[in-house]
Design a protein around this ligand. Structure first.
Ligand code: CMP
Length: 156
């Protein structure tokens, strides 16, 4: 099992799209094991997007992500990092295909509704910016066994 971080960014919260986005995760069969609404302060925003420091979109990005409350989600499942990235769609709302969160809900290249960790290294760096250990629940078998075949030694 793997975990990933998805953020419903301030534009997604302000537009009332939190339920829609959580529904897409749940409908797919991805487990939500952490959920928190917060407003990111500037230091945390700079830490979150440190890899983009110096890019022309960095300062506007900091203003965007600190501009209102966001909802942070930890999702769990097999291959959940790539699954949630494909549910989110390509970065730019203008280019994301229909059927994806960004393709269906965003037109802007900056105000693109969601962030999703792009690797396990990114997830490990990003999740503590939003959660502490106690904010994540353990996944129980009763939920697991109707999403995957757990009857053999391998979860399929
Ligand atoms: P995200 O996937 O969270 O990662 C970095 C964010 O910066 C990205 O979503 C967009 O919100 C924003 N971003 C990335 N590239 C650009 C760009 N060229 N112009 C405007 N905003 C961008």
């Amino acid at each position: 099992m793997e975990r990933t971080l998805l953020i419903v960014k301030p534009d997604g919260v302000a537009r009332g799209l939190v339920g829609e986005i959580l529904t897409r995760l749940e409908n797919k069969g991805v487990f939500i094991v952490g959920l928190r609404m917060l407003r990111l302060d500037e230091a945390a925003a700079r830490a979150m997007y440190a890899v983009h420091e110096g890019r022309d979109f960095y300062e506007p990005l900091i203003r965007y992500i600190t501009g209102g409350p966001l909802v942070a989600v930890i999702a769990e499942g097999k291959s959940v990092i790539s699954i949630v990235r494909s549910l989110a769609g390509p970065t730019f709302g203008s280019a994301a295909p229909p059927g994806t969160i960004r393709g269906d809900l965003a037109v802007s290249n900056r105000y693109n509704i969601v962030h999703a960790s792009d690797s396990s290294e990114s997830y490990e760096r990003e999740w503590p910016i939003f959660f502490d250990e106690g904010g994540i629940v353990e996944l129980d078998d009763a939920r697991l066994k109707w999403i995957y075949d757990t009857s053999t030694s391998e979860i399929i």
